[in-house]
Write a protein that binds this ligand. Sequence first.
Ligand SMILES: Cc1cc2nc3c(=O)[nH]c(=O)nc-3n(C[C@H](O)[C@H](O)[C@H](O)COP(=O)(O)OP(=O)(O)OC[C@H]3O[C@@H](n4cnc5c(N)ncnc54)[C@H](O)[C@@H]3O)c2cc1C
Ligand code: FES
Length: 288
Amino acid sequence: MYKILAKDNIAPNIDKYIIAAPEVAAKTKPGQFVVLRLHEKGERIPISISDWDKEAGTITLIVQAVGHTTEQLAAMGVGDNILDLLGPLGQPAIIEPVGTVACVAGGVGTAIIYPEARRHREVGNRVLTLVGARNRECLFYQEELAATSDRVLVATDDGSYGHKGFVTDLLKQVIDDGTHLDHVIAIGPIPMMQAVAELTKRHEIKTTVSLNPIMMDGTGMCGACRVRVGDEIKFCCTDGPEFDAHLVDFASLLRRSRLYERTGFKAAIPAEDKAEGEAKGGECRCHG
Ligand SMILES: Cc1cc2nc3c(=O)[nH]c(=O)nc-3n(C[C@H](O)[C@H](O)[C@H](O)COP(=O)(O)OP(=O)(O)OC[C@H]3O[C@@H](n4cnc5c(N)ncnc54)[C@H](O)[C@@H]3O)c2cc1C
Ligand code: FES
């Protein structure tokens, strides 16, 4: 059992949870996530570890309520217990001194990029953080990002704060202004990460994205999270979640996530994707 020690609403439908999980906090590195299950009949969902405190034995999760399980979590409060919490899972982000790094975040991706921006600063990189949100109310972690970045630029869809438009406009401006970027990290909705990848590919800037496909077990057993990266099929949960943005097949990633939205999980998996999973070595149990 993992107790919720604190809970704050930080933006519409987005809550910050501090959870007692000493074994997870002791081992977490930026870029990793947990898979949690709220109760015996609950589904497993992956959530990134946004912060952690080894001494206090706590982890911080920032969760946007978008559906069944995240809404059940939103209904829980301080003192309630999460039944299972498995982690830290996934490969830690590769963070080394390279020069100037742009951390580009959209929506809840802001929560995921924060520990990475902080670590980039710790290893001596110059950190530019670019954040996109629907409107001013949807922005969060602004003080934290200001403390871990050399510069923070914000874009909102409605112009209620910062630049009116997309976060990719900001990245284009930074590049057009002649700022030399050694590495770009983009975390957010798939179309945003794809747009960043297309832009930086034209400018030959090394770029990493953190992918968020549907996951089930989170341990490489089921094949649900497979993604095509270059000529290979990778499992996002064990090989990722971070990949070279210029090699990711965003079209198939988007197709799989949209099919799930329309038709439900089991019915959604196209034959070609099922074959990909089997080629990777999984027997694709989850897709029936
Ligand atoms: C590695 C990883 C890290 C993540 N980190 C975070 C995080 O830090 N904070 C956070 O709020 N969310 C995060 N997510 C997304 C989160 O897992 C989903 O929002 C959650 O599983 C939805 O579950 P649900 O039962 O509430 O929604 P469902 O009822 O299953 O679905 C509701 C809607 O959410 C969409 N959805 C379902 N799964 C995902 C997914 N994996 N990614 C995007 N949309 C999805 C569905 O297509 C549908 O439109 C992460 C996902 C991955 C793979
Ligand atoms: S969630 Fe990655 S293999 Fe099952």
